[in-house]
Every structure is written in C-alpha cells, then in structure tokens.
Design a binder for this molecule. Sequence first.
Ligand code: MN
Length: 228
Amino acid sequence: MTKLAIQAPSVVTLPIADSDEMFPVRRVYCIGRNYAAHAIEMGHDPDREAPFFFQKNPDNLDTSGEFPYPPKTSDVHYEIEMAVVLKTGGQNIAVSDALNHVFGYALSLDMTRRDLQGEQKKAGRPWEIGKAFERSAPIGKIHTVEAVGHLDTGRVELQVNGEIKQEGDLNQMIWKVPEMISYLSDYFELAAGDVILSGTPAGVGPIVKGDVMQVSVEGLGSMSIPVV
Ligand code: MN
C-alpha cells in the first residue's frame, strides 16, 4: 500500500439530480468564443477565429450556491455555460461516437476576473489568474443523459437581480458538443470525470457584492446564486 507523506487531497465530487451518488471530477476544460455574438462583443471575428480551450481546476467547481467576490479584482464578469460531463473518454474520438461518452449535463458559470484576464491577454500571457481562481465555476446538479437526453437546443438565460443580461440558445454554439469532445480528444486524452464548460452567449458583464445571479438552461432547470 502506498504510504502518503501528507494527507491526500480530497476528490472533488458533484451532486447528481435524483440520485444519492456523486460524480467525481478529473479535469475541467472550458471553451472560449463558442457563440458568435459573444466572440463579437469580445472584439473577435467568429468567422476567422475558431473557438479555443483553456482549463480551470477541479476544485474551482463550487456547489455551495453562492459566489464570494474574489480578491485582486474590481471587474468580475458572469458567463453562463452548459457543463458537459464525461463517463468515459479516449483519444481521437470521432464526432459520430462523441455523445456515447457523455454522462450528463449541468448548469454552470465561468466566472472571470475580466480586468486581470484583459491584462494577461494584452501581454500574451496565460489566463489562469483571470479564470482559474477559487470558486470560479459555480455548478448545479448533474442531469444524466438517461433523465434529460442530449441537449443541443434550448434557451440559455442569465438574469442579475431579475433583469435579463444574457440570453441565447444552445443551438447557437459554433462547435456542438460532439465536435468539442472530438476536437479536445485530438489534443488531450479525455477520461471519465472530465467536465467541459461549453462557452457563453453574448451579454457578459460585471456583478458586485449583493447582486443575485439567476441562471437557467432549458432542460437543466435554474439556480439562484447570490454574490457575497
Ligand atoms: Mn467562458
């Protein structure tokens, strides 16, 4: 038996709707600029630039139901996203086979320290300090494929204090779920426990302490997340 020098870090687990089982997380991939209108609002041409990936850490996922305003920033933005979670993986997965690897879907947020991300972009540096901070990815319960099927269409909406800020439809994604799984698997070995945040529609913007974010994706329900 392996003798550990320090206490083993705990495995991050996510709740599954209508189940007493938990989903253990291995990696978190995030796709950027996957909705044309959001690519345009961020100053990019969606016809010229393909979507791309970055990562967050498994323990950035947060199921507490609230979002603590993070340090070292004064411009934190919401980005509503659908999370895709995998039950199996592999390399060079064909688009036609990709959905067979999906365990389920969840509501999530890719919270972003936009000021820090902007500085890093300008300097050509990595984005982690803008993206991969503590509790930067609030996430809801996982809805299994058995329960909800595969989601390729459906309204995506984020409100702040009752006012609609982001709205779109899953069918507006530039890269559909099978394509993003296939593409990622050409560069990385995907595996059970991987989580993919699938990008955000237009309308991203700032929140402040005291705001309440209400997020919903058709088929995955809704959740309300106060900024504390
Ligand atoms: Mn995002």
